[in-house]
Design a protein around this ligand. Structure first.
Ligand code: MN
Length: 435
């Protein structure tokens, strides 16, 4: 639904918002921050280089009706209660924020007191995450990884029927900027007779989108695919750090466990479905010969506009690049349109057995790789499991991530007639293990 909040001519009295690559007034993502000198979590809105404190703005009396209901739901320093309200109040809040922050907004003087410089704030997780599930909907990633193990038959027979996923660990999801400690674990190389316990040797990243759940469903009551988009509160970037050697040894027969649960980084701003409305895209037609989704996963509107035209980028900043003042190395450029299943299909499938989703639950899409090697969303693919190291401008080589390496994910949405928006950064630096 495109409305006045998307007007490409709209400018903000917050100067840094105009022309901002991520947070122009057309975006207005929600997040949780602590202002300078405080540990208190507060819900905020990103506008240019600034953060608007939503509760402080509400205390100034600028919201009424549904927008006030949304602001009140955000008063406990987490987005769960606001997510639970669904699209109506969220949309009303967005419409009012757009008026308030637009050039000529009558309340500008009162709102200035509720603004903080983003650089002075600490960003936190946007919600209390009850459950985290990671899917596997990036079909090029699934095929590339499958090829490493099964060259003739990369995709397992269920892939085109089932949105594959596993239950991840919510407690170790961390906001951008949190250092990631190299995990210890059992790993066994092919030439070793027995496993040993020690630091991961094949530490990897995964380029993913995160999907924040809005209104949930009661246990035993599935979510029809045609209603599933209404259960999505927003999107973020997600780096599903992966210990490939630990994973290879532990994953059979029950799937990923300790190879994934030592840290998953999210970008802290929740970009709403409303902000992404101009960047909706049709789901790509399936290749000739692929089965149609079963009816419980197929909805006409979702097929017409359930995908996102969203460019995804991965950058690597190593100690060598940093010391020499060189730019980060681009590891991948991909696009969210390479998802074989939509977010709505993930939600509908997740709840199809009656499993209850709750506001603030997080879904990962799985690694979103583009078809060519410039678009591979993990080092497992880029270096062929470590066999083909990449050369960096600093003279360094990488098979997998080394201590001191920083991994940065970014997203950018562009469409004709719309002001581009971004997600902000999802970054994390690898630090040495403690043992
Ligand atoms: Mn993953």
């Amino acid at each position: 639904m495109i409305d006045a909040t998307h007007d490409a001519g709209l400018r903000s009295w917050v100067d840094s918002a105009n022309g901002h690559p991520d947070f122009p007034i057309q975006n207005l993502p929600l997040g949780v921050f602590s202002p300078p000198g405080s540990d208190e979590p507060r819900v905020g809105v990103a506008i240019g280089d600034m953060v608007l404190d939503l509760s402080a703005a509400h205390a100034a009396g600028v919201f009424s009706g549904e927008a006030a209901r949304a602001a009140e739901a955000a008063s406990d320093g987490a987005l769960n209660a606001l997510f639970a309200l669904g699209a109506g109040p969220r949309r009303a809040l967005r419409a009012r924020l757009s008026e308030l922050l637009a050039e000529g907004g009558a309340e500008a003087e009162r709102l200035r007191k509720a603004l903080h410089r983003a650089a002075d704030c600490a960003m936190r997780l946007p919600a209390r995450i009850g459950d985290y599930t990671d899917f596997y909907v990036g079909i090029h990633h699934a095929a590339n990884v499958g090829k490493l193990f099964r060259p003739d038959n990369p995709l397992l027979p269920n892939y085109k029927w089932v949105p594959i996923g596993y239950h991840g660990r919510a407690s170790s999801v961390v906001p951008s900027g949190t250092p990631i400690r190299r995990p210890n674990g059992q790993r066994k190389r092919a030439d070793e007779a027995a496993p040993s316990f020690g630091p991961c040797r094949n530490l990897d990243y995964e380029l993913e989108l995160g999907v924040w759940i809005g209104p949930g469903n009661a246990l035993g009551e599935p979510i029809p695919v045609g209603e599933a988009a209404g259960h999505v509160a927003g999107y973020c970037l997600l780096n599903d750090w992966s210990a490939r050697d630990i994973q290879a040894w532990e994953y059979q027969p029950l799937g990923p466990f300790l190879a994934k649960s030592f840290g998953s980084t999210v970008s802290p701003w929740v970009v709403t479905p409303e902000a992404l409305a101009p960047f909706r895209a049709p789901q790509r037609p399936r290749p000739e010969g692929d089965p149609a989704p079963l009816p419980y996963l197929l909805d006409g509107a979702d097929q017409r506009e359930g995908a996102l035209a969203l460019e995804l980028e991965v950058l690597l900043l190593t100690p060598g690049l940093r010391e020499k003042g060189l730019a980060p190395h681009r590891l991948a450029l991909s696009d969210a349109r390479h998802m074989y299943w939509t977010a709505a299909q993930m939600v509908a499938h997740h709840a199809s057995n009656g499993c209850n989703l709750a506001p603030g639950d997080l879904l990962g899409t799985g690694t979103i790789s583009a078809p060519g090697k410039e678009g591979f969303g993990s080092l497992l693919e880029t270096t062929q499991g470590g066999k083909r190291p990449i050369a960096l401008a600093s003279g360094e080589e990488r098979r997998f991530l080394e201590d001191g390496d920083e991994l940065i994910l970014a997203a950018r949405a562009e469409a004709d007639g719309a002001v581009p928006i971004g997600f902000g950064e999802c970054r994390g630096v690898v630090v040495g293990g403690g043992a």
